[in-house]
Design a protein around this ligand. Structure first.
Ligand SMILES: [Zn+2]
Length: 130
């Protein structure tokens, strides 16, 4: 083969290798980001469920307080048990929020708590500057 053609072909090979390596790296980053977003979504759902459970407990405690006001007997253990469950759930929520905050591609809006992308300048939920 002509030496010039051989050199040309070798150069092409180097470029092709570089391109495929770069593409591989980009896919890696995208894959990692997708996994992280999926993970964040899962955590957000857990937080949502825990918040819903807390809302129910708040209502039950509120009802008990009102029952006391109305002069009904409310066993204090019932109230304590709910308070303790609330403490546990709140601790879980705090831990999940920490986990979310530790994720690289995710920023938590300090105004509304919405999970935003690191590329966002403003929160898509409430418009606050991030
Ligand atoms: Zn916000």
């Amino acid at each position: 083969m002509d030496a010039k053609v051989q050199t040309f072909l070798n150069k092409m090979k180097v470029v092709a290798n570089r391109t495929s390596q770069a593409a591989g790296r980009a896919a890696d980053v995208a894959g990692k980001k997708a996994t992280e977003i999926a993970q964040a979504t899962k955590i957000n759902l857990q937080i949502f469920d825990l918040n819903t459970e807390c809302e129910i407990l708040y209502k039950e405690i509120g009802k008990m307080v009102y029952d006391v006001h109305q002069g009904f007997e409310v066993p204090s253990e019932d109230m304590d048990a709910r308070m303790e469950t609330l403490d546990e759930k709140q601790a879980k929520i705090a831990a999940l929020r920490d986990e979310l905050a530790g994720m690289k591609s995710i920023v938590i809006c300090s105004a509304c708590g919405k999970q935003c992308s690191k590329e966002d300048s403003f929160c898509p939920g409430c418009g606050s500057a991030l």
